[in-house]
Structures are given as structure tokens and as C-alpha cells.
Design a protein around this ligand. Structure first.
Ligand SMILES: O=P(O)(O)OC[C@H]1O[C@H](OP(=O)(O)OP(=O)(O)O)[C@H](O)[C@@H]1O
Ligand SMILES: O=c1cc[nH]c(=O)[nH]1
Length: 217
């Protein structure tokens, strides 16, 4: 199974997603960012179970021991700005990873249709390394498709992991179709999108809730 829904098996993740969604709690920005970060931490832990391992020998004060370690450190990337807390959570656990960043935003026209504008990308070499892309809200999937297309100009990863806190069913299907080999780690999947491309019930605007209301461009 390539799409893993973290809240399907009840755990603390459900409580964190509930708080992210709840209008009476989500305005507490520090808690909102921290809950996103915690979902990133759990996703990183789950991803770590799937990563290739190697055997290493370490020296304790008393003896040596052969143990398992991650064979190839991943590259963790995210889409600014909403992705930062989720990204931080993944990096808290996969703390030896390299990191890359993409900046993208929805550019609205007079009819309120939007296209994705990407104006910044910096990333280490991802050739033969696991690539993790963190995007908290997988709504239409347009931002992720654009970001991944550009990230893949930095090499061919051994595997692709996508992490989202909340996804729409349509967004998941779009990514599954575009990247059938990718593993999608998602907190919860909601059934609908609004006419403005917002996940519903969703949680609202993740970037605004983390960092303040943006001016529309
Ligand atoms: O799947 P899509 O339809 O492309 O939408 C998803 C995008 O929206 C969110 O960013 P948001 O608008 O909250 O971010 P910002 O505050 O960083 O601009 C999210 O982080 C994605 O990048
Ligand atoms: O529901 C959505 C869709 C895009 N961006 C968000 O922050 N939320």
C-alpha cells in the first residue's frame, strides 16, 4: 500500500489533528505549529522503518557491538512557507538529513482561478538518496507536482516519500497517478475540496495559521 493514513490506527496523532482543525484551538499559533511538527516527527519515525539499513560497528566504553543504522541519509524538502513546521518535525527525528526548499504560491486571476508560481528552489544532490517532500495540505496537488518536478532536476532519488497532515481524496489520487511509486504519509484524508481549492472540512489556511494572514498576490 502506497498511501498510509496515520490516523487510521487511533493514536495521539488523532488528537493533534483534531486540535489543528478546531477553530477554538487552532488560533494558538505556537500549538498549531507544534502539532504540525509532531505529525512530522511521527511521519519521520514511520518512514525510518522503511529506509534501507546498513550494519555498523560501534565502540561502547566496555566493548564493540554490531548494530543497524540508516544506510543512506535522506534529503528532506518542503514548500515555503506553510511546510516549515511539518518539515521541522521530520528533521527533528531524521536529524542527519540534508535539506532543500521550494517557494511556491497560488497566483489568483480576476476570476479567482489560480495557478502555482514557483520562484525559488535550493536543494542538495538527491541522486541515489531517499527524497522526502513535506507539504502540510495536499489540496489539488498542484504545488506538489510543480515542486517535485523541479526537485527531480537535482537527481534521481532511490525512493520518494510525501508527507502531508491533511489531504483531499482528489489530491491523493492526483499524486498517486503522477508518482505511482511514491509513498504518501498523510495524517488524514478529507473527501472534498471547495471551489477555491481548500480542503473541507480541512483546517483552513495552514500558512496563515502558522505565521499570520498573507496578502493575496
Ligand atoms: O495542493 P495545492 O492545491 O497546491 O495546495 C496546497 C498548498 O497550500 C498550502 O500552502 P498555503 O497556501 O497554506 O501556504 P503559504 O502560506 O505558504 O502560502 C500547502 O502548503 C501547499 O503548498
Ligand atoms: O485547504 C487548504 C488548501 C491549501 N492551502 C491550505 O492551507 N489549506
Amino acid at each position: 500500500m502506497n498511501t498510509i493514513v496515520l490516523s487510521e490506527q487511533f493514536s495521539l496523532v488523532n488528537s493533534w489533528i483534531n486540535e489543528l482543525r478546531n477553530v477554538e484551538i487552532q488560533h494558538d499559533r505556537m500549538r498549531f505549529r507544534r502539532n504540525m511538527e509532531r505529525i512530522g516527527e511521527i511521519a519521520a519515525f514511520e518512514i525510518s522503518k522503511t529506509l534501507e539499513q546498513k550494519e555498523i560497528e560501534i565502540q561502547t566504553p566496555l566493548d564493540t557491538i554490531k548494530v543497524k543504522e540508516i544506510a543512506v541519509q535522506p534529503v528532506i524538502t518542503t514548500i515555503l512557507r506553510a511546510g516549515v513546521p511539518l518539515f521541522e518535525g521530520i528533521l527533528n527525528y531524521l536529524d542527519k538529513a540534508d535539506c532543500g526548499f521550494v517557494a511556491a504560491y497560488r497566483k489568483h486571476d480576476a476570476n479567482d482561478y489560480f495557478s502555482i508560481k514557483q520562484d525559488y528552489l535550493t536543494c542538495p544532490n538527491i541522486e541515489d538518496r531517499p527524497l522526502i517532500v513535506a507539504d502540510p495540505m495536499l489540496a489539488t496537488g498542484a504545488s506538489l507536482i510543480e515542486a517535485i518536478k523541479d526537485l527531480l532536476t537535482h537527481g534521481k532519488p532511490t525512493e520518494l516519500h510525501i508527507v502531508a497532515a491533511i489531504a483531499s481524496r482528489q489530491g491523493v489520487e492526483t499524486i498517486e497517478k503522477a508518482y505511482p511509486d511514491a509513498k504518501i504519509w498523510v495524517g488524514a484524508i478529507d473527501e472534498s475540496l471547495t471551489s477555491k481549492g481548500y480542503i473541507t472540512p480541512g483546517l483552513g489556511d495552514a500558512g496563515d495559521l502558522s505565521y499570520g494572514e498573507k496578502l493575496q498576490r
